[in-house]
Design a protein around this ligand. Sequence first.
Ligand code: C2E
Ligand code: MG
Ligand code: MG
Ligand code: MG
Length: 279
Amino acid sequence: ASKTAGRNRLSYFTRSLHDSAQRRLKLINDLRVAVQHQQFELYFQPVINLATRQITKAEALIRWNHPERGMVSPAEFIPLAEETGLIVEIGDWVFREAAAKAKQWCDLFNTGFQISVNISPVQFQSDALDITEWLAYLKDLGVEEQHLSIEITEGLLLNASTDVTDKLLRFRDAGIQVAIDDFGVGYSALSYLKRFDIDYLKIDQSFIRNLETDQNDLALSEAIVIMAHKLGLKVIAEGVETEEQLRLLLEIGCDNGQGYLFSRPLPAAKFEDFLRKHD
Ligand code: C2E
Ligand code: MG
Ligand code: MG
Ligand code: MG
């Protein structure tokens, strides 16, 4: 009897393994279709200057409107897009779409506005990432480069190849600012900060979440702000959800904040309403 049970367990195990492999394959296939049929949409989340309460920029965050599953989170499909290489094409679409919105909203509202775009390390390291084409696209649209910025993660800079270094320089030389996303949870190897020309550090939301109760998170956040300012960088706190977090961030001199306290990421039309209200 125990032999049978063992065999059943095994077949159950292999079957569920098979199922999850099948699901994965289907999702990868769906992702290819999504790229062809433009099932993506950009949401925008405002970044607020904490002292003046002005909207200084917005982060573009991709959404996938899956025909059967509804909205699929980028946390789920970006890793798949990276594994399959589809991230290059998806990221290309994100950049162009963000550039078009930057143009539209700079024309409509304040002229200092900037949209930041997340660039995955796989995309950044790919030979298919064509910065020349991106810059030409901005020229065609009539968008000045300072209205766009990119968000990269620490890991990319840790053992940066000359190719990565060159690309980063090309963005900076063109006037596109660079932010380090999820700062503080990566590698705590700070030497890259002196080797690369960075504009913003985004304090990871895991530090902000317990700011009110965890003295260590507050101390680390303050240390990041002090260090950043000494290096001439600006700081953005991610995941600001409460007034108390906002108060503490002001107290430690943090420049900008982003989070549900100000607004969730919004579809373009809703974000435009938000800009209009705050204009
Ligand atoms: P991220 O770049 O660190 O983006 C911030 C994430 O925090 C977003 O999740 C945003 O919706 C969420 N968030 C903002 N405010 C709050 C808050 O107050 N509380 C909480 N709990 N969360 C908040 P989202 O949109 O699900 O994106 C997840 C990640 O997916 C992003 O993290 C980024 O790494 C990646 N991603 C999103 N869009 C793109 C894209 O266009 N290209 C690439 N390569 N990656 C993207
Ligand atoms: Mg980001
Ligand atoms: Mg982040
Ligand atoms: Mg992230």
